[in-house]
Design a protein around this ligand. Structure first.
Ligand code: SAM
Length: 441
């Protein structure tokens, strides 16, 4: 069934705003849909897919549209890519001919740089890091939509039962290869109204993100900090791995993000999670817990280049200068979080970036300035957690190799009291639990 011609106008309108790159595309889209309540579900889906198709293919769409690269032409290309020309009504003869011409172009003949659809500076960084051939493979996958991954909440269900219950919806879910709790769905069904979702048996979470939470190795009864908890994707996974025991602090500087964690916590049945808004990584609430924590996860704010399948606007919104600033923040947060770790405890640094400077660069700098920490080789950590991934010293999950978003992680262990030298500016460790309770308030 053809879509009403008017939606081309809607798509063009929202696309114009999104291509100004003043806000994340998903935020602008949600606001647009809120302001246009008459648009039905199918129309919204087509508009969103059109916008994402343009963001993924902006370089060659702009080229194909030629001298007349109007917003209308970009919209037509986006819609044709997202839903197919046959679903579009109300096209002029010229427009139909234009789309037919474009359809005949053999894209595989385009120069590699154009085919990659990345800004030049990012393409050059990828080539320097991964080489030309792998950059092509990586870019090709980054320019496709991601599947939908779920994590089974082991406190409430097991994977086989969830697969069977989803099948009655009917939703086909396959077990993911690396996370024993993961499921992958190729389409994007609405999950919010499923009893499984409402009762907290499943959460939406990329398999790579599930693996990061597992690497922390948090155990029953431990004191754990998720330093950059955000809306709690990893917090919830860690809380369940702790079997709802111990104490799991969810720190973040964004109150808004932590607020989004609360309904998810309620669904999950977890009572060991304590969200705490902090002003910055040297907040007194952080200092009070210095040297007391068994496991600390730093899921650092980053460029997000590993998530381009889901957020293709990110590649156009970032600049190299912004990434350089980001690395300073990452190093500072990691340094602040490291002070929490007790002797013999572990610290995990993670990002969803594919860029060395935000990953290995930060790890090297941290090890050079923190002689009281050792790097735990990733193959050892993966073996401990029985995760079937082959890695060297750090974790690098790549969309074109592992089918996940791009993720990086490194695990550090704080040397024991005898071997380690506490940093001179580290506050004395307080005794008793009162300080911990304050920190969570
Ligand atoms: C990659 S996101 C975290 C995603 C989250 N862990 C998850 O799995 O859903 C990074 C988070 O770091 C937070 N952040 C930024 N600066 C921070 C700081 N100085 N201390 C703690 N959190 C910070 C941001 O607000 C953001 O929520």
């Amino acid at each position: 069934m053809r879509l009403p011609p008017a939606i081309l106008g809607n798509a063009e309108e929202v696309l114009r705003e999104i291509l100004r790159f003043t806000a994340p595309a998903d935020v602008t889209l949600s606001r647009y849909f809120k302001d246009h309540p008459r648009l039905g579900g199918r129309e919204r889906g087509a508009i969103a897919e059109c916008v994402y198709a343009v963001l993924r293919n902006k370089t060659f769409f702009t080229d194909f549209a030629g001298a007349g690269a109007t917003m209308r032409r970009l919209t037509l290309l986006g819609m044709a890519e997202a839903i197919g020309v046959d679903s579009l009504g109300g096209l002029s003869d010229d427009e139909t001919a234009f789309l037919a011409r474009i359809k005949d172009i053999d894209r595989s003949l385009l120069p590699p740089k154009k085919l990659a659809n990345l800004p030049d500076w990012l393409y050059d960084k990828f080539v320097a890091q991964y080489g030309e051939e792998e950059t092509q493979q990586l870019a090709a996958v980054l320019n496709t939509p991601a599947p939908l991954d779920l994590r089974v909440n082991s406190l409430k269900a097991d994977r086989d039962k969830v697969i069977a219950e989803l099948a009655t919806a009917p939703i086909v879910a396959e077990p993911t290869p690396y996370s024993a709790l993961g499921l992958r769905i190729q389409k994007k069904p609405a999950l919010q109204n499923l009893p499984l979702f409402k009762e907290g048996a499943i959460e939406v979470q990329d398999e790579g993100s599930q693996v990061l939470a597992q690497l922390l190795g948090a155990r029953r009864g431990e004191m754990v900090v998720d330093f950059c908890a955000g809306a709690g994707g990893k917090t919830l996974a860690i809380g369940a791995l702790m079997r709802n025991t111990g104490r799991l602090y969810a720190f973040d500087v964004s109150e808004k993000r932590l607020t989004k964690l609360k309904p998810r916590m309620a669904r999950s049945g977890l009572s060991n999670v304590h969200p705490v808004v902090i002003a910055h990584e040297r907040d007194a609430k952080v200092k009070r817990l210095a040297g007391k924590i068994d496991r600390v996860l730093v899921d650092a704010p980053c460029s997000g280049m590993g998530t381009l399948r889901r957020n293709p606007d990110v590649k156009w919104r970032q600049q190299p200068e912004g990434i350089a600033e980001m690395t300073q923040k990452q190093a500072s947060i990691l340094d602040g979080a490291a002070r929490l770790v007790k002797f013999g405890g572990r610290l995990v640094y993670a990002t969803c970036s594919l860029l060395n400077e935000e990953n290995d660069g930060i790890v090297e700098q941290f090890l050079a300035t923190h002689p009281d920490f050792d790097l735990v080789p990733m193959h050892k950590v993966l073996a401990e957690q029985r995760i079937a991934l082959e890695m060297g010293d750090t974790l690098k999950m790549l969309p074109h190799k592992h089918g996940t978003d791009g993720f990086f992680a490194a695990v550090f262990e704080r040397k024991s009291a005898q071997a380690g030298t506490a940093k001179a500016d580290e506050p004395a460790v307080e005794s008793g639990d009162a300080a911990d309770a304050d920190a969570a308030a």
